[in-house]
Design a protein around this ligand. Structure first.
Ligand SMILES: Cc1cc2nc3c(=O)[nH]c(=O)nc-3n(C[C@H](O)[C@H](O)[C@H](O)COP(=O)(O)OP(=O)(O)OC[C@H]3O[C@@H](n4cnc5c(N)ncnc54)[C@H](O)[C@@H]3O)c2cc1C
Length: 389
């Protein structure tokens, strides 16, 4: 049987495993999924935990090992140390190397905590469950809260270009925290500030969404500092180039994204830590290696929805190769809902970032309901939903 190994079991890896199961007869492939965790932390829900509800962080773990094994796939819990594309092997921390015929890499980007002097996970974050829980707990004692978006370190010639790692969660946390403080009649006592390297809020969404976000931030008295260049960070302040320090009792970082250490040590990156993918998510040098999700230089913005669409593109390409079909290239668009608090959401459907000029924005209760529906379906079906993007 053809050996397929999938590295990573969150949005990208899980959707890859789904499509391998859906498209191929069981006898054709032997599929092994590898992750350091048997459960997936569902990141979109972590913003609610960070916005003053730390206990929620524990409610969003999804049993990926169980999901894959139920479908007849193998699941290996281990740390991936290195990939050897010449020998077609994946080196693991605590067992013998895994051989593959075809490899899908969906291990995401590493947080670049050390890329800004004084910054570290201990300053506060939201991207993992323990960080969201700590942030949600600290908010209860804060008088000044800063949501800081790190830079995205793309290769110099990559297009399209984005300045920030991922700004949407910072807006969500600020809106949700604003609503939570108002409920307790505490809003007037707390200063909320967002700092981003981008020149506008919602830089990947398009001008309509950007104008709406700017308006909502102003209405809720949330300060926005754009085009930030970080100089250094102290325990109670963020120092920006050309600015005075921004004081913070609590800071919550979406850290800098600077690619993948695993790709670097395996010499599979583009020189900047990213997976060099062609339009079908295939590695530019190794035709039997696919890259899916945040790790890929073509996954812009770095969203779970984009990772799921790339998984679809990659596995359909692999299927087309083996079954003499015609594969379709990755055709990205942004589908996202920003939690706005007070039961509202801002739904964005846009391909503006890719120069195609379509952009739709819908603020309201129905957008928040759509996001809840997606989140709960994802949890209920362990990521293998009846309708997949
Ligand atoms: C706070 C927050 C909120 C978000 N909200 C949204 C949202 O509302 N909508 C949306 O579309 N996107 C959202 N995103 C973005 C989304 O979460 C990411 O784009 C998505 O998780 C990327 O998926 P991935 O599979 O590419 O990588 P990852 O999610 O990074 O998953 C990588 C997996 O690989 C495993 N792994 C990595 N290295 C190793 C190793 N060496 N050994 C073993 N295992 C390893 C990890 O354990 C992990 O399970 C949000 C992100 C954050 C941080």
């Amino acid at each position: 049987m053809h050996k397929v190994v999938v590295l990573g079991a969150r949005f990208g890896g899980s959707a890859t495993a789904y499509w391998l199961h859906k498209l191929f007869p069981a006898r054709e492939l032997e599929v092994t999924v590898v992750d350091q965790w048997t459960t997936m932390t569902y990141r979109p829900a972590l913003v609610t935990a960070a916005a003053g509800h730390p206990a929620l962080a524990d409610q969003w773990h999804i049993a990926m090992k169980q999901r894959c094994e139920k479908a007849g796939q193998h699941f290996v819990r281990d740390t991936i140390m290195r990939i050897d594309p010449h020998q077609q092997q994946v080196h693991l921390a605590s067992r013998a190397p895994l051989s593959y015929d075809t490899l899908f890499i969906a291990t995401g980007t590493d947080p670049g905590w050390k890329t800004i002097p004084g910054l570290g996970a201990e300053r506060g974050g939201v991207c993992e469950d323990y960080l969201a829980r700590q942030s949600g707990d600290r908010l209860h004692r804060a008088r000044s809260i800063v949501l800081a978006v790190g830079p995205l370190a793309q290769a110099p010639d990559d297009t399209p270009r984005l300045a920030g790692s991922l700004d949407a969660p910072a807006f969500e946390i600020s809106f949700l925290t604003d609503a939570w403080l108002r409920q307790q009649n505490q809003r007037q006592n707390v200063k909320l500030t967002i700092i981003t390297p981008a020149s506008v809020p919602g830089e990947a969404f398009g001008p309509k969404n950007q104008a709406l976000l700017a308006r909502f931030l102003a209405q809720r008295h949330i300060d926005l500092i754009t085009q930030a260049q970080y100089h250094h960070v102290e325990h109670d302040a963020i120092h920006l180039v050309g600015h005075l320090a921004v004081q913070a009792d609590v800071m919550i970082w979406i850290p800098p994204y600077h690619g993948s250490e695993l790709l670097r040590v395996s010499q599979l990156d583009d020189g900047y830590g990213w997976f060099p993918a062609d339009p079908f998510c295939v590695h530019e040098k190794w035709p039997n290696i696919y890259g899916v999700g945040d790790i890929s230089r073509t996954a812009l913005p770095k969203l779970g929805h984009i990772a799921m669409m790339q998984a679809r593109t990659a596995v359909h390409h692999f299927y087309a190769l083996r079954h003499h079909g015609t594969p379709k290239p990755f055709n990205p668009y942004v589908l996202h809902v920003v939690w706005m608090g007070r039961g509202q959401g801002l739904l964005t459907l846009s391909n503006w970032l890719y120069g195609k000029g379509h952009e739709w924005a819908h603020p309201g209760v129905s957008s928040a309901l759509a996001k809840s529906l997606f989140d709960y379906s994802y949890k209920l079906f362990s990521g293998w939903m009846p309708i997949m993007p």
